[in-house]
Design a protein around this ligand. Structure first.
Ligand code: PLP
Length: 357
């Protein structure tokens, strides 16, 4: 990767849209003929909603998963015309705005169908009925599912909505668990069809099952973390899956000090999202050399550069694609005993995003 700017004044996150496009393209090919819906929730996993959405669509994503209606409205305001799916709704959710902006709605509960029916929108809502197959995050329970389907069918007959899809979300803890959830999903679809529902689309898999369980792909897979170049698996890296990490966190050396060895202060701290857990294992790349992290403070971190030559103004790579020897977000996740998702989404809003393409 070529250096995008000389020396950043402070920590900055470089977002490599070429890497994102590579990942989306390769996963699109893997899951075809199923379509790829790119998950851009949480501000595109903290990579930046609009640039990621545009790059993902240009690379083959057919649609976007936005979590909440306001994020979908932001994409519409930015000129995005692709299909959008929002599924996390509260009592204050403006369903009318979502429906009139052509945002498809994931629906987990009867109260949501009632709010949609009462929204006064000038067109029928397009709904994806969600059943909980064991993850218990949202979705109707197996007990509540028939009631949800019946209520949706009433809404469809009244011309207030169109049932487009049935869907669920997998826990991705193990293939065996996902097989059980897949069977539960198919049973729920059969129940709904028995009640008279007709689904144009079924969807279940996110990155993990989308990659390793072809039978879970149905018509569409919702891909998040893998598109950002991070493996959804504990036992395989993104690089082993042919993915390229999209976000790099880099920051300048702002101070050096020679004591027993050479210490260098780097302008990225926990207020920028550098993890504080596991730093006794952590290292960052300075001038091509891995330097152990000595401490992480609010605005900066201290590294032990040993005998290496380090000057103020040198650039440290906290994490990146790994191809120059720097740690990846996955490596930080191992040190901090978490998942790579948490490392990249933890990079705070005050860190400027710089787009590379
Ligand atoms: C976040 C999310 C995804 C994407 O999950 P990854 O594991 O990041 O691929 C898919 N579907 C739903 C409902 C989600 O919330």
């Amino acid at each position: 990767m070529s250096e995008p700017t000389p020396v950043p004044p402070r920590a900055e996150a470089v977002i490599n849209l070429i890497a994102l496009e590579h990942n989306v393209r390769s996963i699109t090919q893997l899951v075809a003929p199923a379509e790829l819906m790119l998950a851009v929730k949480a501000n595109a996993y903290a990579h930046g909603l609009v640039p990621v959405a545009a790059a993902g669509l240009s690379a083959g994503a057919a649609s976007l998963a936005v979590l909440e209606i306001p994020a979908g409205l932001a994409l519409r305001a930015a000129g995005v015309t692709a299909p959008l799916l929002a599924w996390l709704h509260g009592t204050e959710t403006d369903f009318r705005a979502g429906i009139e902006a052509d945002i498809e709605l994931g629906v987990s509960a009867v109260w949501q169908l009632e709010a949609i029916a009462a929204s006064g929108a000038n067109r029928p809502a397009v709904v994806h009925l969600k059943v909980d197959t064991g993850l218990s995050r949202n979705g109707a329970t197996v007990e509540d599912w028939p009631e949800l389907v019946r209520t949706a069918l009433e809404g469809e007959r009244a011309g207030l909505l169109r049932i487009r899809a049935a869907w669920s979300h997998l826990a991705d803890a193990s293939v065996a668990d996902d097989e059980v959830a897949l069977a539960a999903f198919q049973a729920a679809v059969a129940v709904a069809e028995g009640l008279g529902a007709r689904f144009e689309l079924l969807h279940l898999a996110a990155s993990s099952a989308g990659i390793r369980m072809p039978e879970a792909r149905f018509g569409l897979v919702r891909i998040g973390i893998a598109a950002y170049g991070i493996s959804p698996f504990e036992d395989r890296t993104g690089a082993e899956l042919g993915l390229i990490p999209v976000m790099s966190l880099r920051a300048p050396v702002i101070e050096t000090r020679v004591g027993g060895s050479r210490l260098a202060r780097v302008a990225a701290g926990y207020a920028d999202g550098v993890p504080t857990l596991g730093i006794e294992r952590a290292s960052v790349l300075v001038n091509g050399v891995r330097c152990p992290v000595a401490s992480v403070e609010v605005d900066s971190l201290l590294v032990d550069a040993g005998d290496a030559r380090v000057d103020v103004g040198d650039v440290a790579i906290v994490f990146g694609a790994g191809d120059e020897g720097e740690p990846t977000a996955e490596e930080w996740a191992d040190w901090a005993e978490t998942i790579g998702d948490e490392i990249v989404t933890g990079v705070t809003p005050r860190v400027p995003r710089v787009y590379l393409r």
